[in-house]
Design a protein around this ligand. Structure first.
Ligand code: UDP
Ligand code: MG
Length: 323
């Protein structure tokens, strides 16, 4: 039977934790009762350097509830890092992990469906929100804009999927090969490959406490997402340079033709056209440098080139490979 770890990053969550642990323990028991997961499945609460009583609460739960484990980070490192710390710890201890937020905004009743999809062969199962009516219009439109922009930048992410996700041990082992510091989980997970599945659910509002993701954190999250995954902004420079150079070249040509035909051309036209031409050349040169920077960036990240799903050869076990 598969052992499940629910990985829950917590930052100043004293208000929600008691209720969250109660609901998750109950859910795990019901799942174990149905034979979906093993009875020694657990909840791993990751304290992301909270300043309130979060860690004391976690210690207390751990003592009185055999299903609760705790992991404490030395200081606040942000949701994504806390999540990775939890997942990398859990991967040594279990067969499947599901990551979810401490405020239980993501409907935990669909956890069964996650595990069922895993039993059907999915190594990664994405929780996707069916509706966004509990969000403010602002959050909704900024989120949609973000997904659109990411897609345009060539980053493969699953729309309306936050970090509510099942990952098998196999997927996590592959994931551990991505050693980049600027971590954007939602972009990396689709890179891993393997069969995946989607479970849709409705997201509710926080039942207590307030959001730990103010606008500033959201913007820096989006910025990280784009700059960690795409070098398109760099190639954009070359594109703009070529366009500017081409247009000013046309201007220059027109002015020369006028000159040859004996039509007088005002002095400012020459100045303008040559300034723009110079600008175009500079931008192209900058874009060229950018192309090398982009390639260096990819090399520095040292991402795995491939992951092996299966090898048909007696006596060997497939594993992740570093290219
Ligand atoms: N979180 C964290 N570190 C942070 C900020 C948030 O671990 O620096 C956790 C938080 O405790 C919660 C999850 O990340 O479990 C999502 O945060 P929140 O619910 O505040 O975000 P929202 O749902 O408003 O986007
Ligand atoms: Mg939340």
């Amino acid at each position: 039977m598969d052992r499940l770890y629910l990985v829950v990053p917590c930052y100043n969550e004293e208000e929600v934790l008691p209720e969250t642990v109660r609901r998750l323990t109950d859910k795990l028991n019901r799942m174990a009762g149905k034979g979906l997961v093993s009875a020694d499945s657990r909840i791993l609460l990751v304290d992301d350097g909270s300043r309130d009583r979060t860690w004391e609460l976690i210690c207390g739960f751990h003592q009185e509830n055999p299903a609760v484990s705790g992991l404490k980070l030395s200081r606040n490192r942000g949701h994504q890092n806390a999540l990775v710390a939890g997942l990398m710890t859990a991967r040594e201890l279990c067969d499947i992990t599901i990551s979810l937020d401490a405020d239980l905004q993501d409907d935990i009743e669909v956890l069964d469906q996650f595990v069922e999809a895993y039993h059907k062969g999915a190594q990664v199962v994405y929780g996707v929100r069916s509706a966004r009516d509990t969000d403010t219009a602002f959050k909704r439109s900024t989120a949609m804009g973000f997904y659109g922009l990411m897609k345009k930048m060539g980053v493969d992410i699953v729309s309306n999927h936050a970090d509510y996700r099942l990952m098998s041990k196999k997927a996590l082992d592959c994931f551990s090969g991505y050693r980049e510091v600027n971590l954007f989980l939602r972009g990396i997970v689709p890179l891993i490959g393997f069969p995946t599945a989607v479970v849709t659910y409705e997201r509710s509002e926080r039942f207590a406490g307030e959001s730990k993701y103010p606008l500033k954190k959201m913007l820096s999250f989006a910025w990280d997402g784009i700059t960690s995954f795409s070098t398109k902004p760099l190639s954009l420079i070359t594109g703009v340079g070529i366009a500017v150079g081409f247009l000013s070249g046309l201007g220059l040509l027109a002015a020369l033709i006028c000159l040859l035909c004996g039509v007088s051309v005002a002095g400012w036209v020459w100045v303008l056209v040559s300034v723009w031409l110079g600008l175009g050349i500079q931008l192209v040169a900058l874009g060229l440098v950018g192309a090398y920077v982009g390639k260096t960036y990819a090399e520095v990240k040292d991402r795995p080139r491939y992951h092996i799903e299966m090898l048909l050869d007696e006596g060997k076990r497939p594993g992740g490979e570093k290219g």
